[in-house]
Design a protein around this ligand. Structure first.
Ligand SMILES: Cc1cc2nc3c(=O)[nH]c(=O)nc-3n(C[C@H](O)[C@H](O)[C@H](O)COP(=O)(O)O)c2cc1C
Ligand code: SF4
Length: 412
């Protein structure tokens, strides 16, 4: 059985061009889905595959699609290509190496949900990739895979690329919708969820780039094959992005359930010369930190929840023994205090207050009560905000402060 799914052909020259992609079997999934399958059959297959969202929360994609209500209003698909979670760099590999795989996923998803307009919301810094996507989209129109009557199935779809302007919060799905509508990217209160009230108040599916890119493979090979690639409740592979103090940082596509230890020590080559492992952030900066003793863990959504952390965007940040945990906390708290949109008090005030305390400790002016103040402030953010950025900030701050309390106290 072939090991890789999404990255299998990444080494091929010019894979991003439609002719090369088609030579590898590209657009066969589109033909199959639009000509031989009904939307209901596609939905059933995606549900059976247990494809869980690759953007952060791990919500099953098929279940999310099934929440879209029957309505006369237009429906939309928004592909989340904001890739703002610190440490995360997987989606850009997919979009730059294999943009047509993503487009196929978009076509099949749209056909399944009854969508005729799809948007790729891409972070503004990815300008070269946005251009590549636009090039791929125009090739797909020329070959009849986009536009009117796609592969003579009677199905119409237009795809647009929309560039963000550099705010982390615009990766949060409702902030993304506001931004796409031309407004400031402030998250909306949920419910209603975007599946029923989304873009321009219409039903909208929002999925991550990697999630959508799995769809053509599920259609071609079936749900059972997909589940065997990973775990029964968590089908497929994940593209793990490993950064930090390892010998070979980069992306590694591996089955869900691969151990964190193997990813760091087998696949990423282990620690750099002379460095010892101190801690790992396993799923992008918002994920609670793990200590060196905790890396025996399996990398899938449920195992990480059990370990009080999260798989998130599967971005693994490896921290060595020479790195001060205070510096880590400084980076984390600076980021969230800067990126808070400011709508709710615990997030707006709490994050900047914690960052001020951490900076003060780093300047050698820490007070005895500072560690407890950080814990109290972060606990007051957690669960008390309008959008999940509040929790995304509080979780790493709380875990770092609790697990490395002694080291932090040594700075007071
Ligand atoms: C502050 C914040 C930032 C986020 N940034 C991203 C992002 O850059 N890319 C992404 O796919 N999801 C991001 N998410 C998650 C999205 O809100 C949403 O859950 C996801 O796009 C859904 O797709 P999925 O179900 O395919 O994972 C972010 C969430 C929060 C709270
Ligand atoms: S939690 Fe933070 S980012 Fe989210 S709405 Fe409130 S202030 Fe804005």
């Amino acid at each position: 059985m072939k090991e890789k799914v999404l990255t299998e052909h990444f080494g091929l020259e010019n894979l991003y061009k439609i002719d090369v992609y088609q030579k590898q079997g590209g657009y066969r999934a589109t033909e199959k889905a639009l000509k031989k399958m009904s939307p209901e059959e596609i939905l059933e297959e995606v549900k059976k595959a247990n494809l869980r969202g690759r953007g952060g929360a791990g919500f099953p994609a098929g279940v999310k699609w099934s929440f879209v209500p029957p309505t006369d209003k237009p429906r939309y698909l928004c592909v989340n290509a904001d890739e703002g979670e610190p440490g995360t760099f997987k989606d850009r590999y997919i979009m730059s190496h294999n943009p047509h795989m993503l487009l196929e996923g978009i076509i099949i998803t749209s056909f399944c949900v009854g969508i005729n307009a799809a948007f790729i919301y891409i972070r503004g810094e990815y300008e070269a990739i946005a251009l590549r996507l636009e090039q791929a989209i125009s090739e797909a129109y020329e070959k009849g895979f986009l536009g009117k009557n796609i592969v003579e199935s009677g199905f119409d779809l237009d795809v647009y690329v929309h560039r963000g302007a550099g705010a982390y919060i615009c990766g949060e799905e409702t902030a993304l919708l506001e931004s796409l509508e031309g407004k400031r990217g402030n998250p909306r209160l949920k419910p209603p969820f975007p599946a029923s009230v989304g873009l321009w108040q219409c039903p909208t599916v929002i999925n991550n780039v990697e999630t959508i890119s799995n769809i053509p493979h599920i259609i071609l090979n079936g749900a059972e094959w997909f589940i065997k690639k990973g775990l029964p409740k968590d089908g497929g592979t994940r593209i793990f992005g490993v950064s930090g103090m390892v010998k070979n940082p980069g992306i590694y596509e591996l089955p869900l359930g691969t151990s964190l230890k193997d990813i760091i020590f087998k696949h990423a080559g282990g620690m750099k010369e002379g460095k010892k492992l101190k801690a790992v952030i396993p799923g992008g900066m918002s994920a609670p930190i793990l200590t060196a003793d905790e890396i025996g863990i399996k990398m899938d959504f449920d195992s990480l929840v059990e370990a009080n952390s999260m798989l998130g965007s599967a971005a693994i940040i490896v921290i060595d023994d020479k790195t001060s945990i205070l510096d880590v906390l400084k980076v984390v708290t600076k980021f969230y205090s800067h990126e808070s949109c400011g709508q709710c008090t615990p997030c707006r005030i709490g994050n900047s207050w914690i960052n001020k305390i951490v900076k003060r400790i780093a300047e050698g002016k820490g007070k005895k009560e500072d560690i407890d103040s950080i814990l109290r402030l972060a606990s007051n953010i957690e669960g008390n905000t309008l959008c999940p950025l509040g929790d995304a900030a509080a979780m790493p701050i709380l875990s770092i402060t609790k697990k490395f309390r002694k080291e932090l106290e040594s700075h007071l």
